[in-house]
Design a protein around this ligand. Structure first.
Ligand code: FAD
Length: 309
């Protein structure tokens, strides 16, 4: 007998939806998360494109409701930083950083993504001393100060719009010739006098003695260099999946995301993936939720088949 029917790795919208479905199917389901359960949406001020909320919904509220709903049906959640997966004939073993491990029939990976780093001098050295990733979590430290936001995609622009409510000035630095954010977000940027947009500009370094003092920039076309005095640098230049520990165990695509079929199954039997972590994910809450439901329905079918055989 396995410890669990299903172990879900990651408690964001995808994992919580899978957990909700499997708990309602009365499957012994454990959800592990290395941080607070709820996933990335806990950090989003307002989600405006999740159906059913005309005025939008606070990310923290949506996360809390998802957790409450899944736990109501018996989903077991535990803290656990999963660092290994071992495949044996007939069982799977999920190992955590604290040495704990669980045997299970099925594993669903729903670990989402982490922020890509700029990879420039000063980024790591000044992390937490002016370099930050989340406006909603840390933006309050920069009241009436100047903040550069690196990244002009949806995530970067969302963060910049939030920062503009707090900071005296926000400068978006984007390496591409144009912003890639959705039109509605670009319109909001244009209407905000506190935000300046600089495209075709690369970040070369972040500088400062004890805290961020400036950012070194270079124009991609002319190679002209510039030093911009700033108090904070928020980095949101893209995402990479939380799959480092799965390399060589589950087939991953060129971006490191888990390759799945339309039932959310990887090529490895009984190993499923859902949400931002799976190959081709549009990285939206609504798609993560849909993936989570599909993965749970597949898991339920696999469990039923294994009971028959
Ligand atoms: C700034 C920003 C704004 C956004 N705004 C919107 C928006 O307005 N609308 C929208 O639809 N989407 C938005 N998104 C995208 C949305 O947040 C994601 O698509 C969604 O959270 C994906 O859900 P998920 O469950 O796949 O992963 P996540 O929400 O990332 O959850 C993954 C969970 O897994 C845990 N985890 C990771 N690795 C491990 C491990 N090894 N062991 C244990 N636990 C682990 C993490 O701690 C995390 O809790 C935004 C994203 C960003 C960055």
């Amino acid at each position: 007998m396995f410890d669990w029917d299903v172990v879900i790795v990651g408690g964001g919208p995808a994992g919580l939806t899978a957990g909700l479905y499997l708990s309602r199917a009365r499957r012994r389901t454990l959800l592990l998360d290395k941080e607070t359960v709820g996933g990335y949406i806990r950090n989003i001020e307002l989600i405006e494109n999740y159906p059913g909320f005309t005025e939008g919904v606070a990310g923290a509220q949506l996360a809390a409701e998802m957790v409450k709903q899944a736990e109501k049906y018996g989903l077991q959640t535990e803290p656990g930083d999963v660092i290994s997966l071992e495949l044996f004939s007939g069982t799977r073993w999920v190992g955590c950083a604290n040495g704990q491990g669980f045997t299970t029939n099925i594993v669903i990976f729903t670990g989402g993504s982490k922020n890509k780093k700029l990879g420039v001098t000063g980024e790591e050295e000044l992390a937490g001393r002016g370099v930050f990733e989340c406006a909603f979590c840390d933006g309050g430290h920069y009241a009436d100060q100047v903040v550069a936001v690196c990244g002009g995609g949806d995530a970067g622009v969302t963060e910049a719009l939030y920062m503009a409510k707090i900071a005296s000035k926000v400068i978006i630095v984007e390496a591409m010739p144009e912003l890639t954010a959705t039109a509605v977000l670009r319109d909001r940027l244009n209407a905000d006098p506190r935000i300046e947009v600089r495209c075709g500009i690369m970040v070369e370094a972040i500088t400062g003695k004890d805290k961020v003092e400036a950012i070194e920039l270079v124009e991609a076309a002319s190679k002209k260099k510039e030093t911009l005095k700033v108090d904070g640098v928020l980095v949101h230049i893209g995402l990479e999946p939380n799959t480092d520990y799965l390399e060589g165990i589950i087939p991953l695509d060129d971006h490191g995301q888990i390759i799945v079929n339309d039932r959310m199954e990887s090529e490895v039997p009984y190993i499923l993936a859902a949400g931002d972590i799976r190959s081709g994910s549009p990285r939206q809450v609504v798609t993560a939720v849909g993936d989570g439901a599909i993965a749970a329905i597949t898991a339920e079918k696999l469990l039923q088949e294994s009971e028959v055989n």
